[in-house]
Design a protein around this ligand. Sequence first.
Ligand code: AMP
Length: 450
Amino acid sequence: MKFSDLGLSAEIQRAIAEQGYDTPTPIQQQAIPVVLAGRDLMACAQTGTGKTAGFTLPILKLLQGKRARPRQPRVLVLTPTRELAMQVEESVRTYGKHLPTTSLAVFGGVGMNPQVQALARGVDILVATPGRLMDHMQQKTVDLSAVEILVLDEADRMLDMGFIRDIRKILAVMPKQKQSLLFSATFSDDIRELAQSFLHNPESVEVARRNTAAESVTQRVIHVDREQKRDLLVHLFQTHAWHQVLVFTRTKYGADALARKLDKAGIRAAALHGDKSQGARVRALNDFKDGKLTALVATDIAARGLDIDALPHVINFELPNMPEDYVHRIGRTGRAGMEGEALSLVCADERAYLRDIEKLIKRDLEKLTLPGFEPTVTTEVPPPKRGGGGQNAPRQGQQQPKQKQAQRSGGSGQPQSANRGRRQGGGKPQGGEQGTSAAKPGHRSGQRHH
Ligand code: AMP
């Protein structure tokens, strides 16, 4: 199948050709005809499948057929994160560059005024994060009464981030009569319930999950003690000619600390997370894309939906406690037929997470140890407490197993090799990261952000 078979206009096809795409991806082949037919859509597709063009292209075509642009947005795309909002809006501009269609992204972390002014001038396609859109609704600086098409992008992540109430309030102010499209990487009961509440007789489309389909990603695990992870990571950078590596940590604080450590070791690195200013996040992402940074250290939420072409390496400095997040993380590499490598540094108290991941992806990952970094704790120890706070939750309890071990070995106060680093914090459990004794007072690592 070719793009010319899909009923898109000449202007849109020209923009696609200028991007160098000739064949629609599976999600595009399935979704585009459904959207063009005016049907509601429930699509199971992850980032990296080409889903953004899957809804953007037919939406541009649908708008093209109609005259007289009103001041109010005719299309609303809701995304969970600022980065994704920016990327979707950039796609709208790319694919719509030969059309008069206007678009705008609104998200938090930047001033309201420029957004207010742009909304007052009028836009066709509004891409927004729920929190900031609610701000505009409250201030009556946005009018959603003329929305003809609604897209919920990465709906599962929006629910994970606690946006369900906002989404319901936003749904309530839009016309009942509209076309609605829902994209989600997973279909939990919550997603199905949400879908049922606003989709009318939707067509369902699904493309293979990347974890089962993408054999182009080599996935490996290195067993290592928690306290050695940073040195191991530096060693890996020093012994490989890596030029672009996305590193995942579980906490924002951990991301900052690790980026600093890498930087000190001469590896150009920056952290990307929700506590960074919008400017800093954009700068870090652009520097990474342009090759000015070797490593980008990110939390799950900040990295969600990042579109970085041909990313060769993803490193899980810590495993996520939700196995689905692992799949999202490694979905950043091995795109579009490229070879990719995903490496996970796993310590004793993360082995239960590893088992959950292997169960989800239905395969055993290759496990290695590296000379000089062999783990001293080789048996599985219980993981930190699960749930209640998501990816940024403090990892309370993570110190406990080792504490016990220290007691067993006499509790002399002399750190054993397996306990190296643990004592830096005076033995107190810390919110978040290993060996990072200076956990800031008042730092709320359980905070959600978007
Ligand atoms: P997405 O899943 O929307 O984040 O898209 C993933 C990547 O695939 C983006 O870099 C797109 O620019 C790219 N892409 C989208 N459609 C196509 C296509 N038909 N052929 C090749 N690449 C594509």
